[in-house]
Design a binder for this molecule. Structure first.
Ligand SMILES: Nc1nc2c(c(=O)[nH]1)N[C@H]1C(S)=C(S)[C@@H](COP(=O)(O)O)O[C@H]1N2
Ligand SMILES: [Mo]
Length: 259
């Protein structure tokens, strides 16, 4: 391992090990490094936890074909964050943007879009359902969130992933309107839960959450956080913002928005 908090090699190896069930046969030097052992230790605990759940029968959201893609996919909620820092990064093609992952993790990381694109990708065509009564079918490409969480190593008390976004949806100046969302580790490790950087084969447009948004396919539209800047792993979220785990949840919507 290099001295980086999380080398790409470490991320890929941990991902391959857990996804392919290979458990690093032949990587003796790497696997005996104390840093790596602790990473794998907690990652494995999370893996077992997630697999127990997956094996007990987590249905996949329906996936569609290219021919089913909606000709128009409405953009909803924020379509251009007002934040100056965000707009500066946008003008620069998000070259300076970094996704931070911190909280109850063994090794916090900061990843560029290029870093994310080098990891294993998943593409899925799914239907997005907004509570306002419209749906659209889109094709999403990105990195499975579970792969990243396994490699950063979750603490034993980790229970939720909180997505902090760049936009302030109610235009507050005190940060109380910043969009955020949260999901539990069951959904975080679900195979269709991805951090998407592309939509319909093209880089994600700003209106749809550039440069990165969450797709958590068995839940409603408002859970699909756009403009994700930071993922914080927590044990509880009741002391955060309005305490209900999301912008819309704080305003009365259900936290578990199953379809
Ligand atoms: N950051 C952020 N994420 C968000 C929203 C938002 O306003 N801000 N709106 C939500 C709602 S209600 C829906 S339906 C979808 C809309 O995604 P779209 O603009 O790609 O259609 O994003 C969700 N995620
Ligand atoms: Mo929505």
């Amino acid at each position: 391992m290099t001295s980086q908090p999380l080398s790409r090699r470490g991320l890929l190896t941990a991902g391959a090990a857990t996804f392919g069930g290979l458990l690093l046969a032949g990587c003796d030097r790497l696997s005996t490094a104390p840093k790596f052992q602790s990473l794998l230790g907690s990652a494995e605990r999370a893996t077992y936890g997630s697999q127990r759940v997956l094996l007990s029968g987590q249905p996949l959201a329906r996936e569609f074909q290219e021919k089913d893609l909606s000709p128009v996919f409405k953009a909803n909620g924020s379509t251009l964050p007002a934040d100056e820092g965000y707009q500066a990064m946008m003008e620069d093609g998000f070259a300076d943007w970094r996704l931070k992952i911190d909280g109850l993790v063994a090794r916090p990381v900061s990843l560029s879009i290029a870093d994310l694109k080098r990891l294993p990708q998943r593409t899925q065509i799914t239907r997005h359902d907004c509570v306002e009564g419209w749906s659209a079918i889109g094709k999403w490409t990105g990195v499975p969130l579970g792969l990243i969480l396994k490699s950063v190593g979750l603490a034993p008390n980790a229970r939720f992933a909180v997505f902090h976004c760049a936009d302030d949806l109610d235009g507050s100046t005190d940060g109380s309107g910043l969009y955020y969302e949260s999901i539990d580790l069951i959904d975080a490790f679900h195979p269709q839960t991805i951090l998407a950087h592309a939509m319909n084969g093209k880089p994600l447009e700003v209106a749809h959450g550039a440069p990165l948004r969450l797709r958590v396919e068995r839940q409603l539209g408002y859970k699909q956080a756009k403009y994700v800047m930071r993922i914080e792993i927590v044990e509880r979220f009741d002391k955060m913002a309005g305490g209900k785990g999301g912008f819309w949840e704080d305003r009365g919507y259900e936290w578990y928005a199953g379809i």
